[in-house]
Ligand binder design. Sequence first.
Ligand code: GLA
Ligand code: ZN
Length: 672
Amino acid sequence: MKGKVWNHDKIAYGGDYNPEQWPEETWEEDMRLLKLAHIDTLTLNVFSWAALQPSEDSYCFEKLDKIMALAKRHGMKVCLATGTGAHPAWMARKYPEVLRTDFYGRKHKFGARHNSCPNSLIYRKFSARLAGKLAERYKDYDNILAWHISNEYGGECYCENCERAFRTWLKGRYGSLEALNCAWNTSFWGHTFYDWEEIVLPDQRSEHIDEERTVAQAISLDYRRFNSDSILACFQLEYDAVKEHTPDIPVTTNLMGAYKPLDYMKWGRCMDFVSWDNYPSNEDSFSQIAMNHDLMRGAGGNKPFVLMEQTPSQQNWQPFNALKRPGVMRLWSYQAVAHGSDAVLFFQMKQSIGSCEKYHGAVISHAGHEHTRVFREVAALGEELERLGGEILGSAVPAEAAILFDWENWWAADYSAGPSVDLKYLDEALRYYTALHRQNIPVDFVCEEDDFSKYKLLAAPVMYMTKPGVDGRIREFVEKGGTFVATFFSGYVDESDLVVLGGYPGRLRDILGVWVEEIDALPPHKKNRFTYQGQEYEAGLLCDIMHLEGAKALAVYEEDFYQGFPVLARNSYGEGRAYYVGTRSEEGFYRKFMENLCKEQQIKPAAQTPENVEAIRRVRGQEQYLFLLNHGEGKACLEAPEDGTDLLSGQGYKKGDAMELDAKGVAVLKVC
Ligand code: GLA
Ligand code: ZN
């Protein structure tokens, strides 16, 4: 199992299958079709709580027994869900406490899914119990690859139960009301708390202006921490319940990429491996998709992960659900594998006949046979993955550059009232990521506790919050020769969103060698300018007005009253360098700038490729797999970057040989 996410000998291929929604007589035909598509893995039981537990004291596993037997008989591996992604109606009626109360204070009725209050003891008890029963019942199935706990955990609850639990959580964090009042700066607007019972959840009825804006950042920040922890505790209860019976089966839950409400850096490290659901919108760039993969790999500590869901073609929940053009499903599947996935799984195997997902893409469509474009594409990819066999599995995606990404910082930066409503943490991370990614520089995402020493370059866009100790770790990284990149709106506050006094960027000031005196927020149509290495670039969003304290200016503003002030600075610190980018610029600047930093640090791209051809490597011992992915609309011509064989076409290449990639084409060069 070394390096591998689970016990499979090839890239797992398949996904969500809901035979319980269909008459049993149809199951064998489904199996025929799925095997025709070279599918070997089924994700079962995702929303079966109501079926498995018809009442408080009765459980009914007969149907699932048959489904498990069916999968086994047909040689399918199983990703077995605990089915707790939606509670049963009887439970909501009998125990209304399982129902959530939303941000507006509305107590929900039964309906939809992901609908349980994470602090309801009833929900916790029954979900963990069901998970345990499933593990006990199916523990002897040797084809279970993993436990899939619940489904896409998320959302918030603002019920009275959560309010009580919040107070308990706060007592654990602060110990005393005095410490809490201090951390929350409650002397502002007369918020001092004299009794824990006075504390209420920060929602539309209390501290919030709307979902994104609050008047008490520290309270909302703690609520986000608390909510993420509360839901994580539900995951952990089910985790423990299945582990009791099946200690050797790995456990996961499907994450959602850059999903803001849950601190996935914390979550990922509580899971045996990370799995996630990739549903890009039509507007997402291929770098954005790549970033989500890398972020998810980072959440799990930069180990291989599982692509748990993607649609074979269409989605149903976007405003405009475009088809995946021919070749795109294959391309995006290999992109996932290239970034570290050991599986290509879909939602869903078979299109349902009713409710909101009946028009969501599936391997078996309403037509019910194999003569569709989508089926043919799925089957062709299945055949290819079968031929790949055990190649690639468990290999790593080595990176020398990393982006420091922190959910608490994300919450805090986006909650900040001022300086600009357009400042969005995720957007800024994407700019730096894209600059590296478009040059085929592999990137890891790391959290503040990770080991920075294995990287040569660490970029921390909008590191608004500096938590205790992290500045010390960055200092050490730079001292030992690392390159650190920070931007505007960094180092301002501590973990409670209290400003670090004495001048921005606070605890990072000596590392960066600058003092930021003021920040100008420009409306979208207004720009300043600067020249970097002979080329002029725009400066927008925020313009820091800074003084050099040891750093050297690499560029200065060219307009306005701060004309001549530095906008880009470099500080030599120990054996390394720290760069400060005092404004938001344009893509051309980020590319050039990051290219230079990579050159300085001798960080090499995975390969030199034409525009729109992505290159990335997976490595396992001596084996190297170089993925070449043509995201462009036309044929791409390039020179083979290495000697090797394309595992997909069987074609051998010598370095420098002409290679052609069709539009949306892929090559996986096994380097020799
Ligand atoms: C999510 C869920 C699935 C399904 C798909 C549809 O990812 O996990 O159950 O609803 O979306 O895109
Ligand atoms: Zn609640």
